[in-house]
Design a protein around this ligand. Structure first.
Ligand code: NAD
Ligand code: TDX
Length: 331
């Protein structure tokens, strides 16, 4: 197959492109606008005969029409992805996550193309710390931020285009990813690169918020499984039983880098900050036979720290501007 990957120069999209090239015979066309979050260097070293890069906007209907005419399937990662940015300037989130997804769905309908939509567990809102339940495919949508509400809106568009127009689509909602090529604005890379630069990690609020971590390569193998075996019209939750509170993650980063576990600062909390996410991924396991490979979070984190230590040339150019923005917000 030739697979169009939107947002393939971003964090999870680039991990997926490497996963496809390394583990399948498929070829890849990447469509990416190269916003501040896109980095062509994340796609270095891919074989010319199986990989093509197209710079462009998913909301550009003429370009999207041309590309859908020459691929066999589409995996849609492109998005504005950072909650904090969405609180300061929501507009690009509507343009890309909603209007952009709409343009892709119209092209999928016209070309009758297999379409997989990448989404997030944040569409379900948040859980109490002591809630024994986890999110399932049946949990009602209850998004909190401009980011998560635009992702929820795009999921609803996909469901409507399946039901009303017969589009051949599936949806996955994944928990928090970590791994190589993640922008330094995000929690884990921000704290690793702070420590590498001699700065203290910054925890929002009290640090008690819980995220359910999964390695980006496990997200990729799950998406490939759904693309190959998923039932049209279905939603699959993707997770890896990786619940950790933010304070514990910062302590691990500090100690793995040889610092004292309490050498962090508490900073202003995020408005509307979701307390806890937790994913029940048993449908994906039972129906499609998928399982994660990175069961050991501490080992995956150590490998990620090594990657950032070795790749300052990749993240260094964006670090100062990112920290300057956080400083303005007291974070
Ligand atoms: P990212 O911000 O690292 O990458 C997004 C990519 O999309 C960038 O390369 C950017 O240039 C591109 N892009 C943005 N707007 C575009 C447009 N209009 N046209 C074309 N390209 C555009 O994001 P990420 O963390 O890799 O997230 C990818 C997807 O996975 C998103 O849909 C996100 O909602 C979803 N997701 C992320 C996580 C996570 O933990 N990061 C978890 C679950 C789901
Ligand atoms: O400096 C920080 N300090 C801090 O305590 C930052 C940047 C974050 N945090 C907290 C906020 C969250 O509780 O860490 C947690 C993770 O924050 P983010 O990396 O911003 O991720 P989150 O808001 O949980 O959303 C991520 O997972 C779901 C992705 O960015 C989304 O794209 C995805 O949908």
């Amino acid at each position: 197959m030739r697979i169009l990957v939107t947002g393939g120069a971003g964090f999870i999209g680039s991990n997926f492109v490497h996963h496809l090239i390394d583990n399948t015979d498929h070829s890849v066309v990447v469509l990416d606008k190269l916003t501040y979050a896109g980095n062509l260097r994340s796609l270095d070293g891919l074989p010319d005969d199986r990989y093509e890069f197209v710079k462009g906007d998913i909301a550009d209907a003429a370009l999207v029409d041309e590309l859908f005419g020459r691929v066999d399937a589409v995996v849609h990662y492109a998005a504005e992805s950072h909650n904090d940015n969405s609180l300061h300037d929501p507009r690009p989130f509507l343009d890309t996550n909603i209007v952009g997804s709409y343009v892709l769905l119209e092209a999928a309908r016209k070309h009758n193309i297999r379409f997989h939509h990448i989404s997030t567990d944040e569409v379900y809102g948040d859980l109490e710390l002591d809630d024994p339940e986890r999110f399932t495919e049946e949990t009602p949508y209850n998004p909190s931020s401009p980011y998560s509400s635009t992702k929820a809106g795009s999921d609803m568009l996909v469901r409507a285009w399946v039901r009303s127009f017969g589009v051949q689509a599936t949806i996955s909602n994944c928990s928090n990813n970590y791994g190589p090529y993640q922008h330094v604005e995000k929690f884990i890379p921000r704290q690793i690169t702070n420590v590498l630069r001699g700065e203290r990690p910054k925890l929002y609020g009290t640090g008690e918020n819980v995220r359910d971590w999964i390695h980006a390569d496990d997200h990729s193998s799950a998406v490939l499984t759904i693309l190959e075996k998923g039932r049209i019209g279905e939603t699959y939750l993707i997770g890896a039983d990786g619940e950790k509170d933010n304070k514990s993650v910062v302590e691990l980063i500090l100690t793995q880098l040889g610092q004292s576990g309490d050498a962090y600062d508490l900073v202003n909390d995020r408005p509307g900050h979701d307390l806890r996410y937790a994913i029940d991924w048993s449908k994906l396991r039972d129906e499609l036979g998928w399982a994660p490979r990175y069961a050991d979070f501490e080992a995956g984190l150590a490998a990620t720290i090594e990657w950032y230590r070795d790749h300052e040339d990749w993240w260094g150019p964006q670090k100062d501007a990112t920290e300057a923005r956080y400083k303005e917000q007291g974070q």
